[in-house]
Ligand binder design. Structure first.
Ligand code: PMP
Length: 405
């Protein structure tokens, strides 16, 4: 079949593929533990449900303005003022079907063929593929010291005359680390000096631990929203645990927003009315859900780190936020894809290979599930890999005996 070469070159989403594999195994009755998930277990906030239900019962469910309903945009403007200390206008905000679509529309709007976008390893799997889908070139910058913290020196060395943008995700999926304030300050200044867009993927910005507070890149520019190079992406998926509602947004200057509006108008018309109403409910309602989710996840993080610390040979960088960590399993294998497959087959634990995030030899483990899953999941991994771990384990009703070490 003669299909698009570009489309055929786009990699599948490893995380979504693993979700599907785990679902199929569970359907077969297998006691799978999912340490690969990218969504918290909490229910949607009641205000979100009520707001959406109220719209639904009117039966009047039509297209909305392309860039989002005026009332949701008002809620996002309020959020931006509260969280970023910036007043923006409705023309600076475009609501899309998830932050993923916001990012894609943004890259589509910014890039000409062969333009380069700097992506910092470890990175979210979708960045390089989305850049390629917009005919751009992802330029991966990986810290030479093997840490998860980018350094300006290495970023500067990767800049060329084709560099259009840098994407930052902090706290970071998959490592969980939060970049230091000094680094964010430096990179804002650098991008403004060089006229490079700085895309801040803030989807996890308030899911931070140990008393840390979110860092807003906008704090480090004296320019207003019309002239700054900083562009903000955010959404309700992670903070409110509302992944299935598919609402995200971008805050940027009016020129970029106007082009993004056309891109969205011609491809999706608008995000769905019912989920926009839900997002509005979440943003305008009581915010205690966010804090209680954050506290639950912080506690889960503590348990995950404690379990991994007692794992011989595994090195763990303590996450500052998100619900992921990226332990180093090189003491056991340098091939994270094979390791992840082996753990799924033998121990029925879903992990995501670090290779997908530009960090071979690591595995991304999520701690957004239950404490029981975290403890049992790590216990199973130990059983499968560590010769000092007990030889026998119960998985569901079955007693398994390790015979490969
Ligand atoms: N950015 C990052 C870093 C993410 O991890 C995700 C979701 N996995 C997104 C963006 C997309 O979020 P949404 O559900 O709003 O599309």
């Amino acid at each position: 079949m003669n299909l698009s070469t570009l489309a055929k070159s786009i990699g599948e989403s490893p995380t979504l593929k693993l979700n599907e594999e785990a679902r199929l195994l569970r359907e077969k009755g297998e006691a799978v533990i999912h340490l690969g998930a990218g969504e918290p277990k909490n229910k949607a906030p009641i205000n979100a449900i009520l707001s959406s239900a109220a719209k639904l019962t009117t039966g009047d469910i039509k297209y909305t303005p392309t860039d989002g309903t005026p009332s949701l945009k008002k809620a996002i403007i309020r959020y931006t003022e509260e969280q970023y200390d910036r007043m923006v206008a409705p023309e600076n905000v475009i609501v899309s079907a998830g932050a993923k679509q916001s990012l894609y529309n943004l890259l589509y709007t910014l890039l000409n063929p062969q333009d380069e976008v700097i992506v910092l390893a470890p990175y979210w799997v979708s960045y390089p593929e989305m850049i390629k889908m917009c005919y751009g070139v992802p330029v991966i910058v990986k810290p030479e010291d093997g840490s998860f913290y980018p350094r300006m020196k290495e970023i500067e060395a990767a800049i060329s005359s084709y560099t259009r943008a840098i994407i930052i995700n902090s706290p970071n999926n998959p490592s969980g680390v939060m970049y230091p304030e000094e680094f964010i300050k430096e990179i804002v200044k650098f991008c403004e000096k060089k006229n490079i867009f700085l895309i801040m993927d803030d989807i996890y910005h308030r899911l931070v631990f140990d008393g840390k507070t979110p860092i807003s890149a906008l704090k480090f520019t004296e320019k207003d929203i019309e002239s700054t190079n900083v562009i903000i992406i955010n959404g309700i998926s992670k903070l409110y645990g509302m992944t299935g509602f598919r609402i995200g947004w971008v805050v940027t200057n009016k020129k970029i927003a106007a082009i993004m509006l056309n891109v969205q108008a011609q491809t999706t018309s608008c995000p769905a009315l019912l989920t926009q109403a839900a997002a509005e409910g979440a943003l305008m309602g009581v915010q205690s859900n966010v804090e209680s989710l954050r506290m639950t996840i912080e506690n889960n993080r503590n348990v995950m780190v404690q379990e991994l610390k007692s794992f011989d040979g595994v090195k763990i960088t303590k996450p500052d936020g998100t619900f992921y960590c990226l332990p180093d399993f090189r003491a056991y294998s340098n091939d994270s894809v094979a390791l992840s497959q082996m753990l799924l087959k033998r121990a029925l634990v879903v992990t995501v290979p670090g290779k997908e995030f530009g960090m071979e030899g690591h595995l991304r483990l999520s701690y957004c599930g239950s404490i029981k899953d975290i403890k049992q999941g790590v216990e199973r991994i130990k059983w499968a890999l560590d010769p000092n771990a007990p030889k026998e384990i119960f998985i569901g009703e079955r007693k398994l005996v390790r015979d490969w070490l």
